[in-house]
Design a protein around this ligand. Structure first.
Ligand code: NAD
Length: 435
């Protein structure tokens, strides 16, 4: 099938590359000329396991083309995906400017019957706006569809190739048939391709992210209560996770959720609730708990190390989660700002996100070549992201590098008893430091 993808960020690039890999003829368009230039040279603007190989393979076989000419990409495509950003507006609602601009370009360029699919996360009702733009400018028959993306950064290729489910909102048989054909290779194992009306598809994405964010904030608050009552959140997590009505995933406490999706999608859903007179008070609480949690690492650090002024803090992990270089809304950024504001300095390490951190922070912090180098002469170590390489470090080496053996583990990666044996003053999230 002839496919165009407008917007070549995390979502658009994974989508375009994976659709090309099953034999489609895909053109990926983006207004960012630098990004397109690099992609043509097989240089990926993001780190995502396995994606580089797929991009290279499909570019060399000419099934995947990158361009800055959005109109040319859309001209003779049978399906056009809109995968541009939907950042939060000042009031928290999703800014649809880029989505509607892309829709207008598609409408003016399309030269054959086309299905226009919104892949970006957009509030319920956006499809009507996209349709209105198409109606105003298109000269060919068109169909509107919503196909929210559920990929997890760090496992995006795997999630696309082997999805748990694919949700598609359509209101025409043609759109349904096209989407069924396009997704058939990815749901051969029997995973559901769920068709529904467009409004429900749009809502599904927000409901999913809001539910996941709620679980995280819930567990973070339970962890805080565990700390004050002597309970161990790890045991509580296992105890409740074995109930099939609850399930074991997404029950880990930590430094608060971040990334490009949860914070903005929770805010946007709150906004939609207000607009429609159906406020989502529960999500106000979820956001508030998360903001509190993002400041928790610093509070723990100060409690163990004392005043931070003039002290150096080593940080392991900058990305908002492992297997990605994405630092949007990363809790590590909150910690860094707090340490700097308190008059401390930071030496950080991350296996993939250092270039992104450098872009954001410049020379305000020091970037270490290795996890151990970050600890050299530091007064404390804080683990923020649970990258594999931080799981079993050489503890005597870490302790020798640090000036004082203070360790704050915001991912509950380490055993409190062992940390004490290694001589650390140690704290984690929601677990008692049993002697
Ligand atoms: P991104 O910021 O990485 O990429 C967006 C791209 O769109 C950028 O490269 C930008 O230059 C381009 N763009 C903007 N306006 C354009 C236009 N008019 N024409 C062509 N290109 C244009 O964003 P992302 O993380 O890929 O997210 C895209 C959408 O998907 C958002 O709505 C997001 O909420 C949603 N989403 C993201 C994820 C994720 O994990 N990142 C997961 C699911 C859904």
């Amino acid at each position: 099938m002839k496919v165009a993808v407008i917007g070549t960020g995390y979502v658009g690039l994974v989508l375009g590359a994976c659709l090309a890999d099953t034999g489609n003829d895909v053109t990926c368009a983006d207004v960012d000329a630098g990004k397109i230039e690099r992609l043509r040279r097989n240089e990926l603007p993001i780190y995502e396991p396995g994606l580089d190989t797929i991009v290279e393979r499909n570019q060399s076989r000419e099934r995947l083309v990158f361009t800055t000419d959005v109109a040319a990409a859309a001209r003779d495509a049978q399906v056009v995906f809109i995968a541009v950003g939907t950042p939060p507006d000042e009031d928290g609602s999703a800014d649809l400017r880029y989505v509607l601009a892309a829709a207008e370009t598609i409408a003016k360029a399309a030269s054959r019957e086309v299905v226009v699919v919104t892949k970006s996360t957009v509030p319920v009702g956006t499809a009507h706006k996209v349709r209105a733009v198409l109606q105003a400018h298109a000269t060919v028959p068109f169909h509107v569809a919503s196909n929210p993306e559920f990929l997890k950064e760090g496992a995006a290729v795997e999630d696309f190739m082997r999805p748990d489910r694919v949700v598609v909102g359509v209101d025409s048989e043609h759109a349904r048939a096209v989407m069924e054909e396009l997704y058939a290779p990815y749901v051969r194992t029997g995973k559901p391709l769920i068709f529904m009306d467009i409004a429900s598809a749009e809502m599904t994405k927000y409901a999913a992210n809001a539910m996941l964010a709620t679980r995280i904030s819930f567990m973070n608050e339970i962890a805080a209560l565990c700390e004050r009552t002597g309970a161990d959140v790890d045991l509580v997590r296992r105890g409740i996770g074995s109930d099939p009505r609850i399930g074991a995933s997404f029950l880990f406490p930590g430094p608060g959720y971040g990334g490009s999706c949860f914070p903005k999608d929770v805010q946007a859903l709150v906004r939609t609730g207000h607009e429609h007179g159906a406020p989502l008070g529960i999500l106000d609480a979820v956001e508030e708990a998360n903001e509190r949690q993002k400041r928790c690492a610093f509070a723990k650090l100060e409690a163990l190390a004392g005043p931070i002024a003039g002290r150096r803090v080593a940080i392991w992990g900058l990305a908002f989660k492992p297997q990605t270089d994405d630092m949007r809304e990363a809790p590590a950024l909150t910690l860094i700002e707090q340490v700097l504001a308190a008059g401390g300095s930071v030496a950080a390490h991350d296996p993939e996100a250092m270039h992104e951190a450098r872009r954001r922070l410049g020379d305000r912090i020091t970037f270490a070549d290795s996890a151990y180098a970050a600890c050299e002469g530091a007064d404390a170590l804080v683990l923020m992201t649970e990258w594999n390489e931080y799981r079993s470090p050489d503890w005597p080496r870490v302790a020798a590098a640090l000036r004082t053996p203070v360790l704050v583990d915001m991912r509950n990666l380490y055993d409190p008893v062992r940390m004490r044996v290694h001589g650390f003053r140690y704290d984690s999230v929601g677990r008692p430091a049993r002697a």
